[in-house]
Design a binder for this molecule. Structure first.
Ligand code: NAP
Ligand code: G4F
Length: 324
């Protein structure tokens, strides 16, 4: 039997690393697209780097995408690459649009040109719901994005739907709610908290500066969510799915649980800082993933408390190793 071959853009990111591991376990040959950088940033993939093929390309450059598809002929493409940090999207709105919005068209078009039979996954986001018009949010909830990032993701979502309808391509959009892990970037609030808690516990810091503690998110574990991506591409028909836990918690609750886990009271250490407030906030996200549960047979395996504990444990271990 021929090995199935998948291309992952954004393989050096949190989700790319978990998806690559998942696909390797399924017996896939994995091709990972990386950007040319002056120093390598393979921290999240170095433990399985010898099992995958890395190729250089950029979502800003369609020629590079076409060349990669021509050379490697994958049967599935997972488009995870993006400028994914919401706060940065106000400082770099055009760059965010180039990568997170137009980058999707470049990838879809490369697929259309090289082999329209390739199955395509687009990493859409609950940020598209923004100032939510209904609770919980489903595949039918209208979008109301609140950041240049959210706006760019709405474009990426609709161009995926459009290529499916225009060219009969197997293109799916996964509307994933926040998912976290010990591999989350340090700038995102969950990792900032787990890392901050570990630093304070180990006596390396005395406070943690955060923005809005009242924002509520539907937080799941990234390792669980990559399976839903794969399941979408194994169906008979392409479609769009919400992937979420169906539970919401505030940033304050995350702090309470993370500090409490190491016997500290977050109120003694967390300082609110204007610098981390956003010009427009997404106050509440909570997803209804009934469709994914019924059609894909997907459900999250890791609960909120397990996620918080896993992240604090991992950061304690990491910092102990770094400060040995
Ligand atoms: P991440 O950790 O920030 O990873 C982003 C990846 O995209 C990195 O590998 C990055 O490469 C790559 N990238 C950025 N710009 C690129 C470009 N122009 N060309 C090629 N590669 C580029 O993000 P993540 O959390 O894994 O999220 C994966 C995807 O899911 C993103 O599209 C994100 O917007 C979306 N999403 C995430 C969540 C979530 O909660 N995590 C929820 C919904 C949707 P470098 O390593 O070189 O920077
Ligand atoms: O962790 P965040 O930066 O994630 P955000 O903005 O929800 O975006 C993440 O999830 C999206 C899915 O909905 C993805 F599409 C996107 O790529 C990314 O992965 O912020 C979460 C909340 C916000 O309301 C923010 O205002 O936490 C609040 N927050 C409070 N203090 C903070 C901080 N966020 C950050 N990053 N840093 C703070 O100090």
């Amino acid at each position: 039997m021929m090995k199935r071959r998948a291309l992952i853009t954004g393989i050096t990111g949190q989700d790319g690393s978990y998806l690559a591991e998942f696909l390797l376990r399924q017996g896939y040959e994995v091709i990972g697209m990386v950007r040319r950088t002056s120093t390598v940033n393979f921290e999240r993939i170095k433990h399985f780097q010898d099992q995958i093929t890395l190729v250089t390309g950029d979502l800003a450059d369609e020629v590079s995408l076409i060349s990669i598809l021509r050379e490697h002929r994958p049967s599935e493409v997972y488009n995870l690459a993006a400028q994914s940090f919401v706060q940065t999207s106000w400082a770099q709105p055009v760059f965010t649009g180039e990568t997170t919005a137009l980058g999707v068209t470049r990838m879809l078009d490369a697929v259309r040109i090289v082999d329209p039979e390739i199955r395509f996954y687009q990493a859409s986001s609950s940020e598209m719901f923004g100032k939510v018009v209904e609770v919980p949010q489903t595949e039918r909830t209208p979008f109301y994005p609140r950041s240049p990032y959210g706006v760019a993701k709405v474009y990426g979502h609709w161009i995926t739907v459009n290529y499916r309808e225009s060219y009969n391509m197997f293109a799916c959009s996964g509307i994933l709610f926040n998912h976290e892990s010990p591999r989350r970037g340090l700038e995102f609030v969950t990792r900032k908290i787990s890392h901050g808690v570990a630093r304070i516990k180990l006596g390396l810091d005395e406070e943690l500066r955060l923005g809005n503690l009242d924002a509520q998110r539907d937080w799941g574990f990234a390792g669980d969510y990559v399976e839903a991506m794969w399941l979408m591409l194994q169906q008979d028909h392409p479609d769009d799915y919400v992937v979420a836990t169906g539970e919401t918690h505030s940033v304050r609750e995350f702090c309470e649980l993370a500090f409490g886990y190491v016997d500290l009271d977050y109120r003694d250490y967390v300082v609110q800082d204007e610098r981390f407030m956003r010009p427009a906030e997404v106050d509440l996200l909570i997803g209804d993933s009934s469709k994914a549960r019924a059609t894909l047979g997907w459900s999250p395996k890791t609960n909120f408390q397990e996620l918080v504990h896993m992240m604090v444990d991992a950061d304690l271990q990491l910092l102990k190793e770094q400060n040995r």
